[in-house]
Design a protein. Structure first.
Length: 202
């Protein structure tokens, strides 16, 4: 019998497979590998992009991220309703990651330490990936990190975007016990926030 979470997940996948990405929610080993990249004591908000049914959300809270510091950005109304029911202390925002800066500014968020993404970057058009990464980099503080998993062999961020946004990335975990196997990547900026802002405005 399908669980409520899986029913909602499959319903969204059938409606928009490219936006949902995987046909099954992320496994326990994968979400734990993603959460392990965070330091719960680090200052600043933790932003989760594309939370789905909340598997990564739950892992972040178990890792020690304070519920009041966690902000979830999710486009799907069905997923948003589910997330608000499961995690009433977490801020769940229905919105598009391409407008992340505006969504956070509206809520008075000034410091972001980490962005954790479950978005299917490789399935998205280049322009959409560019907008999401541009927004994510613009809200992160100088030493912040962008965490992303992928089912592909290489970096889930296009090399041209890495150069433009001055990002350096590396695989930090390989999760074979996931269907399909996945790799977690962690990206950090190699330039100051001011330099990046100049690049983005160019």
């Amino acid at each position: 019998m399908l669980t409520a979470d899986l029913r909602v997940f499959l319903y969204n996948w059938l409606r928009a497979p490219l936006q949902t990405g995987a046909f099954l929610p992320s496994s326990g080993p994968l979400v734990r590998a993603m959460a392990a990249q965070l330091d719960p004591g680090r200052p600043g908000a933790v932003i989760e992009l594309g939370a789905g049914t909340g598997a990564v959300t739950k892992a972040l809270l178990k890792r020690g991220v304070a519920a009041e510091s966690l902000i979830v950005i999710e486009r799907s109304p069905a997923f948003c309703r589910l997330l608000k029911q499961k995690f009433p202390q977490v801020t769940v925002v229905r919105g598009d990651a391409r407008h992340l800066g505006e969504l956070l500014h509206f809520r008075g968020v000034e410091q972001v330490g980490t962005v954790v993404s479950s978005l299917p970057l490789l399935s998205l058009p280049f322009s959409t990936q560019r907008d999401i990464l541009r927004e994510s980099v613009s809200v992160l503080d100088t030493t912040g990190a962008f965490v992303q998993f992928t089912y592909g062999r290489g970096s889930p961020i296009h090399p041209a975007l890495m150069r433009r946004l001055a990002l350096k990335g590396r695989p930090v975990a390989r999760v074979w016990r996931n269907i399909p196997p996945a790799v977690v990547w962690c990206y950090r900026s190699t330039q100051s926030a001011g330099s990046i802002a100049g690049r983005l405005a160019a």
